[in-house]
Design a protein around this ligand. Sequence first.
Ligand SMILES: Cc1cc2nc3c(=O)[nH]c(=O)nc-3n(C[C@H](O)[C@H](O)[C@H](O)COP(=O)(O)OP(=O)(O)OC[C@H]3O[C@@H](n4cnc5c(N)ncnc54)[C@H](O)[C@@H]3O)c2cc1C
Length: 425
Amino acid sequence: MKLESFWTDTAPRFAGASDAPLPRKASVVVVGGGFTGLAAARALAMAGTDVVLVEAGRVAGEASGRNGGQCNNGLAGDLGGLAAKIGMDAARALYHAFDEGVDRVEAIVRDEQIQCDFVRNGKLKLADKPEHGEKLGKTAEMLAREVEPNLRLIDKADLHREIGSDQFHGGIVFPRSASLHMGRFAAGLAEAAVRHGAVLHEQAGVTAITKIPGGRHRIETAKGPIEADAVLLATGASMKGPFGWMRRRIVPIGSFIVATQPLRPGQVARLMPGRRNCSTTRNVGNYFRLTADDRLIFGGRARFALSSPRSDLKSGKVLEAGMARIFPELADFPIDYTWGGIVDMTADRMPRAGERDGIFYSTGYSGHGTQMSVLMGERMARVIAGDAAANPWANLKWPAIPGHFGTPWFLPLVGAYYRYQDWRR
Ligand SMILES: Cc1cc2nc3c(=O)[nH]c(=O)nc-3n(C[C@H](O)[C@H](O)[C@H](O)COP(=O)(O)OP(=O)(O)OC[C@H]3O[C@@H](n4cnc5c(N)ncnc54)[C@H](O)[C@@H]3O)c2cc1C
């Protein structure tokens, strides 16, 4: 069993990073080579902007290359709650931004001819408890009326056509959602950015950013300094370096995944006949899907801890037990991969993007990041070019989380709170 991401282990390693010295200046420096940074670098280069991307480790080495492989539409939070705060029209627009995110991923895959198994297989939200089934019914009614006319509510009795498990109490299918091989998409996106003229540097972690005369910025990196007219921070939750302001606003939640060996003949038809992107309704729930070669990728929060090889192993055992509860015939089924990563969560599970002190940022996708990071990379390229209205999240305030000074000491408390909520309802 390998302690690394199935996606990065089974994709060609991106080989287009520059080994030349860092240029002295660029119009835009993008910090971070996950999907946000890569999509921004590609879009900026396509618009003719001189752009340099600096990545602390390897391209897509963090969340973008370590996630659950789901590219779902739909908000991470709930539409009704959001509408109560900002009005239904504005909430609808933010909901549809996720639809557009999935469309943008599909368009890039097509335009750049990236072989990454992109397929619109649909998301299946599964009710963990009878009460959750009732609540899903109400949610489905509102979503169908306001934003998602093609969704399908599925009763417990009909669920076996989608999933071979007796654990659930109904579900909703969101047909627009998609899945893809994240490692191959990341490598293809990075190669496309370079083809269009972006310069990508790996092992070039940023350690300081200072203002210099003329409203410009000096960025210190592990490969030396570079000056830029504009900087985009696309550092996700793994942000290392001088980003205390953002760190105090992000809850870095560990999420963990196991990938089985390919299922045996007959098991796919028995266990996952719908081949959907599944997720469950509990706060400490699970998400799972099949790969193109019929492995089950099974993830969840498992433990409220950050990712490390030891932590990933412990979490993998919790996940194996969860997988066996849902699919008893997979108890003791061989596991080929176990890994973990850090999710860029905000307190209200809505993304945040904007500009502060002349530095642009986009983050906080709260587990719904594959489509939103790609959309926001492209949108922030437009914002940097002067089109402020391109940022759909511009009007959301972003206060610091009380008591959060950068180190998430409170994660065990958050975990205990969520587990209590799951036990109660
Ligand atoms: C385990 C897990 C499962 C997930 N599952 C899903 C899913 O199924 N579907 C979904 O939609 N979303 C999922 N997500 C969320 C999604 O993967 C992320 O929201 C998205 O990839 C974020 O992209 P990003 O480019 O903003 O950040 P990242 O991919 O984290 O990239 C940020 C990059 O910035 C670099 N960096 C940090 N600091 C510096 C610095 N100082 N200098 C230079 N570079 C720096 C990092 O090394 C990193 O490569 C999951 C996340 C995790 C961790």
